[in-house]
Design a protein around this ligand. Sequence first.
Ligand code: ATP
Ligand code: MG
Length: 272
Amino acid sequence: MAPTYELKGLRKVFDDGSVAVDGISLTIEPGEHVAFIGPSGAGKTTLFRILNLTLRPTAGVVRLGGVDVSGLGESELQKARRRIGTIYQQGNRVGRLRVVHNVLAGNLGRWSTTKAFVSLISPQGVDTARRALGRVGISEKLYARTDELSGGQQQRVAIARVLVQDPDIILADEPVSSVDPSLAASIVTLLRDLSAESRKTLLLNLHSVDLALASFPRIVGIQEGRILFDLSPEKVTPEMLRVLYAGDDEAIDIERLNEILSVSGLCRPIRK
Ligand SMILES: Nc1ncnc2c1ncn2[C@@H]1O[C@H](COP(=O)(O)OP(=O)(O)OP(=O)(O)O)[C@@H](O)[C@H]1O
Ligand SMILES: [Mg+2]
């Protein structure tokens, strides 16, 4: 089977001259779970926007399932995008809508505009939405207003929406940065379990280094648009993390990291 993604020499320079991605080459196999970490401004979100085909790179090659996406026309791109579900920190939920509508918006790529519009008045496939919410543990919130849910529940709505979309690839950009650490861990575990169940490829950007190291078999450290390391968590050393976050000491909560690492046994303790 062709790799899910093959990236070669990817570069993104924005119009104002800022270089967000600066030569990234990477292969992701089907069903892999990978966490991307790195300081603010490293280029993680830009990379994910290139991966979900909403942003064209300035240079380099993206192969999706063996196909060079630069050769795709608009309708083929649309089709390819449907295979990719993106979970944003905020943004792809409409707060004032009921949960059911936000979840069913996962169908938008497939439905005609008319059907999507009708679904705002008389929800199509309410059972589908209820099932998806059941899988993320909040089926009772079907008719709640989305902006009246807690941050963690809203994240679950975003996951349920991606489940309805049923993509081959899930890209989650900081999916848990607005929820408390224990809830963050449970949402990340939920994403991993749901992806594993249906063999989806799962890529996450995570601010929380401890969560990334404790939960993912492959860790990619991004700094200034480049890959600093691409390793299994037990090979990630304290020095590497220090270099990755140089000048951004606040990013790592060393005590919490060690607490988790001592339980998971995935990585050696980190010293300040
Ligand atoms: N639309 C844009 N126009 C110009 N510059 C941009 C644009 N989007 C991002 N950048 C710049 O590209 C760089 C990488 O930004 P990006 O959002 O990818 O970083 P990030 O790693 O996701 O950061 P964070 O951890 O804070 O989310 C930054 O310097 C940012 O200012
Ligand atoms: Mg970002």
